[in-house]
Write a protein of this length. Structure first.
Length: 119
């Protein structure tokens, strides 16, 4: 499975994930309303995402082969691996150098670390 999508593909994928299972004619109709796409554009982008192993279109009904959460978790993991040599602390240091965390975000991270330790 190819693990990357462009911005437009991501928005289209989110539309599918929000409404699946969705009949492909309904998906084409909504794509026209939301993105201004012709039916052929919808089917071209859908085919690309099916070829990437994210969705399937069987008997005119589109469903996912991977959940949105799993897809974005894999994408995040790949980013940290490729950009920070797999170091989550290096990623967090870079991320928080420009964006200060709120007290709630810090508390959430602490809870996540504590839960990880307990496992």
């Amino acid at each position: 499975m190819e693990k990357q999508m462009g911005v437009i593909e991501s928005r289209f994928a989110d539309l599918i994930w929000e409404q699946e299972p969705i009949p492909s004619p309904e998906l084409a109709k909504q794509s026209e309303e939301i993105f201004g796409w012709k039916k052929s554009t919808t089917y071209t982008v859908l085919k690309r995402l099916c070829d990437k192993g994210l969705f399937q279109n069987q008997k005119g009904v589109v469903t996912s082969l991977i959940s949105r959460e799993d897809f974005y978790a894999l994408q995040s993991e790949r980013f940290v691996e490729e950009t920070f040599r797999g170091s989550l602390p290096a990623f967090l240091a870079a991320f928080t150098a420009k964006k200060k965390l709120t007290a709630e975000e810090v508390a959430l991270l602490r809870r996540m670390v504590d839960e990880y330790r307990e496992e």
